[in-house]
Design a protein around this ligand. Structure first.
Ligand code: DGY
Length: 325
């Protein structure tokens, strides 16, 4: 008998076709996030689930799904999954690293360039029919080229962001729990500094750390005050890494110049202050959202799930202890 699996959100046809070769598939192709109760009901008799960052997989849910053997997240970030609870119940958990590094790095760059050159402000101005002609001092932005880029979190995506900086002849600073290997530092021309030093020296600060209790409000009022008043903050990693209320205040009072944001605390609800500000570029959590990348993410999750359910080793197993036990 094929294992029974549930796909919590709309995916691509090829993902479902692939899963159907190995599993009995049920899916929520209406693409509305399920409530915790609905999710528990749909998973009660399932052996595996392909889920997304909008699904909370916690101890309470696992308790109600005794057959569940694997949770395959379509995302590299997995703060929606209680990994310890999965491990305690012998449930494998997987994510989709690698396939989205370039697209996510591109979006961080898009936010950085867009904020520096005020692209959303000027587009609104043009669309409102207010442009009456060229002026020397019109819509002055700031240069990205030759500026100092500070990357907080030098994992895979941080490194891809740094690699793109060489084309802009930027100085690259980074901070990380541990410095990366010398050879990587040399290749990226990146210098490891303390967080305070990075905040004080950078013209652009990009956050690329995963969300966890340790990184909750990594950037709050105190950190924003340490930044240059001319600096721009980019968050395309996870809401909650930035204290959004503190950021709204800092953008309002000119503590920093601007921000480019793809992720928010409590998304999709935004701190209302963001909508009143002009010195920001906002995006709806689309860091990895290119057609090719989202297809690759969904297929990676499906392959992880199938490997786990057919006795193999999923490529992106987050809790290998479960297999070792
Ligand atoms: C991820 O992979 O964590 C992204 O945020 C999903 O878009």
């Amino acid at each position: 008998m094929k294992p029974k699996v549930f796909v919590t959100r709309e995916v691509f046809d090829e993902t479902l076709d692939y899963l159907a070769q190995y599993c009995e598939v049920e899916s929520n192709q209406q693409d509305m996030p399920l409530t915790a109760e609905a999710l528990a009901q749909r998973l009660a008799e399932k052996d595996g689930v392909v889920c997304c960052l909008t699904d909370r997989i916690d101890a309470g849910l696992l308790e109600r799904c005794p057959r569940l053997g694997i949770v395959a997240n379509i995302a590299v970030g997995y703060n929606n999954i209680d990994i310890a609870a999965c491990t305690a119940r012998g449930v494998m958990a997987t994510n989709t690293p690698g396939v989205l590094d370039d697209s996510t790095a591109d979006l961080a760059w898009a936010l950085m360039l867009g904020t520096a050159r005020r692209l959303t402000e000027v587009e609104s101005y043009i669309r409102a029919g207010e442009w009456t002609g060229w002026r020397l001092k019109q819509w002055l932005g700031v240069d990205v080229h030759h500026a100092t880029l500070g990357i907080i979190g030098m994992g895979r995506i941080g490194q891809v962001i740094a690699r793109r900086a060489s084309g802009f002849e930027m100085k690259v600073l980074y901070c990380n729990r541990r410095p990366v290997a010398n050879e990587i530092e040399r290749r990226l021309s990146a210098t490891h500094v303390s967080k305070d030093e990075l905040l004080a020296q950078s013209d652009f600060v990009i956050l690329q750390v995963p969300y966890s209790p340790e990184t909750h409000h990594l950037i709050g009022a105190a950190e924003l005050k340490k930044m240059k008043p001319t600096a721009i903050l980019i968050n395309s990693t996870r809401g909650g890494v930035v204290d959004d209320a503190a950021l709204v205040a800092a953008l309002r009072d000119g503590t920093i110049r601007g921000a480019g944001l793809d992720v928010f605390e409590n998304e999709p609800r935004l701190h209302p202050g963001f909508l009143e500000l002009k010195n920001i570029v906002l995006a709806p959590h689309i860091g990895s959202s290119t057609e090719a990348t989202r297809r690759a993410m969904a297929m990676t999750a499906a392959k992880n799930l199938v490997a786990g359910l057919t006795g193999g080793m999923p490529s992106n197993l987050l809790n290998p202890e479960v297999k070792e036990a």
